[in-house]
Design a binder for this molecule. Structure first.
Ligand SMILES: [Fe+2]
Ligand SMILES: [Fe+2]
Length: 212
């Protein structure tokens, strides 16, 4: 998967634009410097992000078991995200560091708050897919910052591979949304998500112990 994405158009698009994957607010440049001096915390937080990505994909499969394409596309993502968790865990172990406790995920909680909870079933479904697309897009952007700004050469390459993988997942979730809800509906709602997410990021403290 990593190798497949390496030569793909996704990477070219991602690296040639200032605002990666349409994100409206680039990460504060101070973040990567703070992250570089909090590697244990960053790896721990990253590990739990991967774990949550895997479990959320499992939940989506359980909830929308009748949507064949969703099940078929998300089943391998579960494996991949769990593989990511194991890679981060191995990196912690290799460095003699420990997987700490999971922290409150303020960023994701704020995204969940934007999901429509009542009303039309399909609108709620759309927001669940776009929440995942949003987290993948921002994660991809953060991994890009790490791949460019860390001093540790090994970790730079480590994070470049994650960046490529999460970009692929962003496209997968947008593609799934378009399949079930149609391009126009997705385009309109995605614009609202991007605007909301920029507001969330602008109000969050810049701290180096969190991926988001
Ligand atoms: Fe991942
Ligand atoms: Fe992902």
């Amino acid at each position: 998967m990593f190798k497949d994405l390496l030569n793909s158009d996704i990477c070219k698009t991602m690296t040639s634009t200032k605002n990666i994957l349409g994100l409206q607010l680039p990460t504060d440049p101070r973040w990567v410097d703070l992250a570089g001096i909090s590697i244990e915390e960053i790896l721990t937080d990253h590990a739990f992000c991967e774990q949550k990505a895997a479990t959320t994909c499992i939940s989506l499969i359980q909830k929308y078991a009748d949507r064949t394409r969703l099940v078929a596309e998300l089943a391998p993502v579960v494996t991949e995200e769990w593989g990511h968790f194991r890679m981060v865990l191995a990196e912690l172990t290799k460095r003699g560091l420990k997987l700490g406790k999971q922290r409150k995920d303020e960023y994701v909680n704020q995204l969940i708050a934007f999901q429509r909870k009542g009303g039309d079933f399909e609108d709620r479904f759309l927001d669940q897919l776009l929440t995942m697309a949003m987290i993948e897009a921002r994660s991809c952007e953060r991994f890009k910052r790490l791949s460019e700004g860390l001093k540790d050469e090994y970790l730079k390459n480590f994070y470049r591979r994650f960046m490529e993988s999460e970009a692929g997942h962003y496209h997968l979730f947008i593609g799934l949304a378009e399949t079930f809800l149609g391009k126009e509906k997705v385009r309109q709602r995605w614009a609202e998500w991007l605007k909301y997410e920029a507001g969330v990021i602008s109000k969050m403290d810049v701290r180096g112990d969190r991926i988001h």
